[in-house]
Design a protein around this ligand. Structure first.
Ligand code: AMP
Ligand code: MG
Length: 493
């Protein structure tokens, strides 16, 4: 890759401090790179100059054709449990970390290309990405960010000018994404599987410095590190559950140490509430179903704990005991985050013993009554304000929730809070606009098949402010029309 004059101000700690944890690598030149999306808001946060990057130089950089000044492009190695089975070597098969920058808030962020060509970790893959899934990742990341859920975000999308073979030829594209880091549970697993404990320790020390600096000098810092990752993941997955988000491929290589959501493949938001909701075409047994996510997160965290055992204590039995305690604490930590979130969603101000049961009972009623997850919570606030049609609109069968509404009203009486401010508070945490599956598909189809990015950009605008009701956007707040049918998503795209 030739060098370029645009300044990113890179400070590449991973490349500098963890040599032998990656392979220095170059992007494949794209025949005809064209920038089709650029995230100006994010560029601003990163202190990057949109004027320069929106031109031809940006297209060359964000396709992997040109390496910007100071970049040290590399492919990271990692392992991972995929659908429960261990793959001892995965790694960036179509991604390149081009460098790290410190953003305007002083946070270190990775800049990574996805789809920039084959690497030593590509296995049988072609190293490429195609436009539809790349735009999907862009949209989902921005939607999650606007919902206040920690996530990687897209900075740019470039089409490469070549056709890439999938089920049919598709326009090739490269996504530039920004994340707190790309350290994964699977990164630890790779070195632990090689029984290279020196490298696991160096990786843990690096992860602590980068994501949990308050632990750097702590006694028992590796156990505390495990606890801290458990807390961040419990917080994250509780937010997924409160928003109705199904990640779809919670393999350990897709679970971050930072606590951000990454790797948007077959993910989707649920419409009709069901704990069994699965969208991914390859998740035959529902391992990653909506209601399984907290359990899978715990399972993945246990895999992280295993890699850290030799660091936790000199005696193996004692390490196992200590790490097991941390893993066993996960459900209660998750529950506490989730309940705090549910209280806010249903407008409870104080905390009572029975609140968890009340929240669970609502989900049960939603399941029975085939309720739209997102609409239900907005409908509760509307109901509170006296709009009694809202519940009926959200539910297929509103009789399933009648009794619950009475229990809820009784509970509300015991809080000292005015109806108006309570309903307003609910609307601030319950989104009106989520990436509805039919809307996402509509936007992607127009962009990919018709080179028309207007629906994509409109949807992006809607999702950037998910809580504020706006005239003319009614259609974005409604479930899919009946003829949309069951929704299926794909990974490895
Ligand atoms: P994912 O399911 O996207 O998390 O990917 C799992 C693994 O497969 C990762 O190591 C990816 O780098 C790799 N991979 C996915 N798609 C491709 C591709 N088209 N070419 C090369 N590697 C890929
Ligand atoms: Mg992945």
């Amino acid at each position: 890759m030739p060098r370029d004059a645009v300044s990113f101000g890179f400070d590449n700690t991973f490349a500098r401090e963890l040599e032998t944890f990656y392979v220095p690598w170059q992007g494949e030149p794209a025949p005809s790179p064209a920038l089709v999306q650029f995230n100006r808001a994010l560029a601003g946060e990163l202190g990057l100059d949109p004027q320069v990057l929106e031109g031809a130089e940006g297209a060359a950089i964000f396709s992997g054709t040109v390496a910007p000044e100071g970049s040290a492009p590399l492919a990271q190695v990692y392992a991972g449990h995929q659908f429960g089975g261990f793959s001892p070597q995965l790694g960036d098969g179509r991604a390149l970390l081009i460098g790290e920058i410190i953003d305007c808030n002083g946070q270190r962020r990775d800049i990574q290309l996805k789809g920039s060509g084959r690497t030593p970790f590509s296995r049988r893959g072609d190293g490429k990405a195609v436009l539809g899934p790349v735009l999907r990742e862009y949209l989902m990341g921005e939607a999650m960010h606007a919902l206040g859920i920690p996530t990687s975000r897209a900075l740019a999308v470039v089409t490469t000018g070549e056709q890439v073979m999938r089920e049919r030829p598709e326009p090739g594209a490269v996504l530039t994404r920004v994340a707190a880091s790309h350290l994964r549970v699977g990164t630890f697993q790779f070195f632990a599987a090689q029984q290279d404990m020196d490298k696991v320790r160096r990786l843990a020390d690096y992860a602590i410095r980068r994501h949990y600096p308050e632990l750097a000098d702590a006694e028992d810092r590796y156990l505390k590190f495990l606890r801290a990752v458990i807390e961040r993941q419990a917080a994250l997955v509780s937010q997924w559950m409160l928003a109705g988000f199904v990640h779809g491929v919670m393999n350990t290589d897709n679970m971050t140490i930072s606590g951000e959501t990454i790797d948007y493949g077959p993910c989707a938001f649920i419409d009709v509430y069901s704990p069994d909701a699965v969208f991914s075409s390859i998740d035959y047994n529902g391992r990653y179903a909506f209601g399984n996510q907290q359990r899978i997160a715990q399972w993945n965290l246990a895999r992280l704990a295993e890699t850290l055992l030799p660091l936790v204590h000199d005696e193996r039995d004692e390490s196992i005991r200590l790490a097991t305690n941390e893993i066993n604490a996960y459900p209660a930590i998750f529950e506490a985050f989730w309940l705090t979130g549910m209280r806010a969603k249903i407008g409870l101000v104080g905390a009572e013993e029975g609140d968890g049961q009340l929240a669970e009972a609502l989900l049960e009623a939603m399941h029975q009554g085939k309720a739209d997850f997102t609409m239900t919570f907005r409908a509760l606030a509307a109901h509170m304000r006296g709009d009694h049609d809202a519940i009926a609109e959200a539910f297929g069968d509103a009789s399933a929730v009648t009794q619950w509404l009475e229990q809820w009203q009784d509970r509300l009486l015991r809080d000292n809070q005015q109806t108006n401010s309570r309903a307003e508070g609910m609307d601030r945490v319950n989104p009106l606009y989520i990436p509805r599956n039919h809307k996402v598909e509509e936007a992607l189809a127009a962009a990919v098949a018709g080179n028309d990015f207007a629906p994509f950009e409109t949807l992006l605008e809607v999702l950037r402010d998910p809580f504020t009701s706006r005239a003319g956007l009614e259609d974005y707040a409604r479930p899919a029309p009946k003829d949309f049918g069951p929704y299926v998503t794909y990974c490895g795209t």
